[in-house]
Design a protein around this ligand. Structure first.
Ligand code: WT7
Length: 655
């Protein structure tokens, strides 16, 4: 890690905005001044300019009981109305909202008028099924227009969605449904992935199956979209087909306004313990910052741009920059169901060419994957429509940044490296295209209206040229409002560390360069970042020890050329198991086991069977040393180990 970091700071390439770009840019340097002069007033202006309020707010921020913030609390709005009806009422009903492409090559264009109609019908279906404001609805769908319609219909009736990534297992789905107490699940028979139908409904059936443990199931209905046309089992009375229910429902639905702090969604993310946290977001502040960042960071001109964010709606990027930000802004966007490699490498560039994509937002892991395949593939397509490129999910190394700009952006597009988190709800740190001179590898500066700092353990500003911890020093509109069902964990996880200063602790290390620009250095806790997705070491360890063969397990994130980090597990087997089975093939079995238990993204790259784990005298596993082994480095200082010989034993077993 440290050699990589040193390398970062020798990066001296700079890219100033072109005068042509700056002349047409949505954002100007004045935004910084306005926000600095009156931060709360600035956010109040954004909320008024970007959204329709059924009842105007009189107070911007209520921070009287930190860390529980209220934004625009006495205002009322309907989130779905803001994303749909108001664009139709303004005469833009014929504008395309979604340019959808299925993996097999089928496609649909959905206008704002059509999407509004679909969401109104679905809202009526939800009401018929007994869904009321505050109820939870789980969404487990592929990337199809119905996924977006589902989120908006839930929001329209004031209920709370919990989208679960389609790649998660039945067990992961079950624990999320249980934690949220969902009354309804919206799913599909299956969706396309890598040329095949990947079934979803069977996982829902499995998640909802009675396990004879007396657990009370909260789910009353399952609404099923027909997409994969695969055979599915049917539970009469519980299951309904989307196409039957939605087409039979009336198309009239008047959106009722809800208070700005009405919960909008729960999204589960990995923390430092084995149990995922249900991050809670609410309506008015969230939608304000989603729309504001989407417009200014991507320089959105809704009449002419074709925007494409490649994230799945199962992650926060899909919530804020596929569903809420773009639709609140009346954008036209591409939605693609499948994988970048199907039917052959270059599919993404075919899509950019076919739809004339102008703004592309994706992750460094994808860019590094394309770099490996070589520049010939993108160069065979016409990518000249692209004018802004975005990156998110993990630090982007300068080489990948420059490749992205040169090969994909034709050497001319501004690149915005956007730092944020599930918890922050929207982008916090990023260059503004047309305004900021960009630096490959640095996320650079907080957005106008956002206050961050890099501090030491005592909350002291570290000063330029130094590293420390990234904190947010003032509340922001799209901040999480809590962890579902666990206010104490919310306070402890994010606020306790710098409680007397009232700083939000993000869990990321960062450094300020000579200009005061921010360079993100990765997580400082036991959270891994694999292909821009967050995974917890504790969650994977508890899955490993749930296998009958495992006595003990330790998991680390080891650096990986393509995925950023990769999951590497060290496992001690049970004597009793070994006497009966022997260790052959077990490493692979354990990899598959984790994949089934949590989901394929959590499957370890390597599983090493070892005799011991490095522990301190107090019994804490020293993951730092295991990371050295996993990354093939000289093992670091072992003096605090209870048994200093253990590392040479492990190193020998791994080789
Ligand atoms: C963690 C949040 C934000 C949506 C996708 C991930 C890392 C995110 C960057 C960036 C360096 C980044 C951080 C953060 N991260 N963006 N531009 N540069 N690191 O959301 O799953 O909540 O993960 O991703 O470590 O804490 P998430």
């Amino acid at each position: 890690m440290s050699s990589q970091i040193d390398h970062l700071f020798t990066e001296s390439r700079r890219f100033a905005p072109s005068p042509e770009f700056a002349a047409q840019a949505v954002a100007g340097a004045d935004l910084y001044e306005r926000a600095k002069a009156d931060r709360e007033g600035f956010w109040g202006e954004q909320a008024q300019e970007l959204l329709h309020w059924e009842k105007p707010f009189t107070q911007v921020l209520d921070w009287s009981t930190p860390p529980f913030a209220k934004w625009f609390a006495d205002g009322e709005l309907n989130v779905a109305y803001n994303c749909l009806d108001r664009h139709v009422e303004a005469g833009n009903g014929d504008r395309v909202a979604l340019l959808w492409e299925g993996e097999p090559g089928d496609s649909r264009r959905v206008t704002y008028a059509e999407l509004t109609d679909e969401v109104k019908r679905l809202a009526n279906v939800l009401t018929d099924l007994g869904i009321e404001a505050g109820d939870r609805v789980a969404i487990y769908l592929p990337m199809i227009p119905e996924a977006i319609a589902s989120m908006l219909a839930v929001a329209r009736v004031g209920a709370i969605h919990s989208v679960v990534f389609g790649g998660f297992s039945a067990d992961s789905l079950r624990s999320r449904i249980d934690d949220a107490g969902a009354k309804l699940v919206i799913t599909a028979d299956g969706g396309y992935r890598k040329g095949k139908v990947s079934a979803l409904k069977p996982a829902v059936d499995q998640a909802l199956a009675d396990r004879g443990d007396g657990a009370q199931l909260t789910v009353e209905h399952v609404l099923v979209v027909r997409r994969g046309e695969n055979d599915v089992e049917w539970t009469e009375g519980r299951d309904l087909w989307w196409h039957e229910a939605v087409s039979a429902a009336p198309a009239d639905h008047v959106a009722q306004a809800f208070p700005a702090e009405n919960p909008l969604y729960i999204l589960y993310t990995s923390g430092t313990t084995g149990k995922p946290k249900g991050i809670l977001h609410t309506s008015g502040g969230y939608l304000t910052q989603a729309a504001y960042t989407h417009r200014n960071v991507f320089d959105l001109h809704p009449e002419t741009d074709v925007y494409w964010c490649t994230a799945d709606i199962g992650w926060v990027t899909g919530h804020t920059y596929v569903t809420y930000g773009p639709l609140a802004n009346g954008a036209t966007q591409v939605l693609y169901e499948g994988t970048p490699e199907f039917p052959k490498p270059g599919r993404w560039w075919d899509i950019v060419e076919k739809y004339g994509v102008t703004i592309l937002y994706t992750a460094p892991t994808a860019i590094r994957g394309f770099m490996k395949q070589g520049r010939v593939i993108p160069q065979q397509r016409d990518l000249s429509s692209l004018r802004v490129l975005g990156s998110v999910g993990e630090p982007i190394n300068p080489e990948a940044w420059v490749w992205y700009r040169d090969v994909i952006g034709g050497g001319k597009t501004p690149i915005v490296d956007t730092w944020w988190q599930t918890e922050t709800g929207a982008i916090m740190v990023s260059a503004l295209p047309g305004v900021t001179e960009t630096k490959p590898g640095s996320a650079q500066v907080p957005l106008p209206g956002i206050s961050i700092d890099v501090v030491d353990e005592k909350a002291e500003h570290v000063g330029n040229g130094n590293g420390g911890l990234l904190v947010v020093t003032e509340p922001w509109p799209s901040m999480l409002r809590g962890i579902w069902g666990d206010p104490e964990r919310y306070r402890e996880t994010y606020w306790e560390k710098f409680e007397s200063h009232g700083y939000y602790f993000a869990g990321d290390g960062a450094r300020l360069d000579e200009d005061g620009d921010v360079w993100l250095l990765g997580r400082v806790d036991d959270v891994m970042n694999v292909s821009g997705h967050r995974l917890s070491t504790a969650e994977i360890e508890s899955s490993l020890v749930a296998h009958e063969a495992t006595a003990e397990a330790a998991v680390v994130g080891a650096s990986d050329e393509t995925t950023g980090q990769a999951v590497v597990a060290f496992v001690i087997l049970k004597e009793s198991y070994l006497t009966q089975h022997g260790p052959d093939g077990l490493a692979n079995q354990l990899r598959a086991w984790v994949g089934e238990q949590i989901g394929p993204i959590a499957r370890p790259r390597d599983v090493y069977i070892v005799g011991e784990l490095p522990k301190t005298r107090s019994g804490k596993i020293m993951r730092r040393l295991l990371r050295d082994v996993a990354e093939g480095r000289e093992v670091g200082d072992t003096q605090t180990l209870a048994d200093t010989a253990v590392m040479s034993v492990i190193s020998a077993q791994v080789r």
